[in-house]
Design a protein around this ligand. Structure first.
Ligand SMILES: Nc1ncnc2c1ncn2[C@@H]1O[C@H](COP(=O)(O)OP(=O)(O)OP(=O)(O)O)[C@@H](O)[C@H]1O
Ligand SMILES: [Mg+2]
Length: 244
């Protein structure tokens, strides 16, 4: 099983959109993909038009039980989130071994062989995000051209080093994806060049209103071709060639 966390503590950098798009594209090629929505905002869950009124992910983490697995499409499943997960951020803090709860839950979850697991991390470096990094083998960061991106990236890398030293020595930085980009804008090139000094850049995904619409409307599964999905398909290909 390959496990990848999609993270950046900065908000609104397209972590959720990237997790959803990569899940859709890789599963369409026949790779079994399981998505875990570790953000209490539940945006990933909603991108697929789902919700979870029984707070199963929160319960799993609290009880260290197997994760809920809901089927979205052939080869694609999700552990949906709900706002209740916010409570985990504070409640789990007091518990010994709190960094490893997600890892334990995942180990207890029955998934098909060779499943790729993708964690959509919340925009923080709190205990939920740390649980993702502690359970993951790989880290994908998502960056948008704009201010303070490198600052966020450097901060994330410092956290990754602490996690590698203390919690998960096998955590591997796979690279960064630059999203929501206006290709001809000089800032995109500038950010790509700066990011590439600290992390491999796996691709640039263009800004695309149809992707924004599909995630907001909960219809990302039905989105076939679009500018951004074409760009994500190239990143997915690179990821499966180099990592999977
Ligand atoms: N390629 C794109 N083209 C147009 N809009 C995009 C693109 N990627 C992401 N967006 C939009 O940018 C906003 C932020 O994206 P998203 O929710 O995926 O970010 P996030 O990093 O998960 O946010 P948070 O930190 O709140 O979890 C959303 O409205 C999303 O639809
Ligand atoms: Mg998100």
């Amino acid at each position: 099983m390959k496990i990848i966390a999609i993270a950046n503590q900065k908000g609104g950098t397209a972590k959720t959109t990237t997790t959803a798009a990569m899940g859709v594209l890789l599963s369409r090629c026949g790779t079994p993909v399981h998505l875990v929505d570790m953000d209490p905002q539940a945006s990933l869950t909603r991108a697929f038009g789902r919700h979870d009124s029984s707070d199963r992910l929160y319960q799993s983490l609290t009880d260290r039980a197997s994760l809920p697995v809901d089927r979205l499409a052939p080869y694609l499943t999700i552990s949906p989130s709900s706002i209740e997960l916010t409570r985990a951020e504070t409640e789990l803090l007091a518990e010994p071994g709190r960094e490893y709860f997600l890892r334990t839950c995942l180990e207890r979850t029955q998934l098909p062989e060779n499943t790729l697991v993708l964690f959509d991390c919340p925009p923080s470096l709190g205990i939920l995000a740390v649980n993702c990094l502690a359970a993951a083998g790989g880290l994908l960061t998502v960056v948008q051209p704009g201010g303070f991106e490198l600052h966020a990236l450097v901060h994330l890398q410092m956290t990754v080093r602490v996690i590698q030293d203390r919690i998960q020595p096998d955590l591997h930085v796979l690279g960064a994806i630059i999203t929501n980009a206006h290709r001809r804008r000089a800032i995109t090139e500038q950010v790509a060049a700066e990011v590439s000094r600290v992390s491999p850049v796996l691709g640039i995904v263009r800004s695309d209103a149809s992707l924004l619409y599909a995630t907001t409307a909960g219809t990302i599964l039905g989105l076939s071709r679009s500018r951004a999905m074409d760009d994500y398909a190239r990143v997915a290909k690179r990821l499966s060639d180099e990592v999977l």
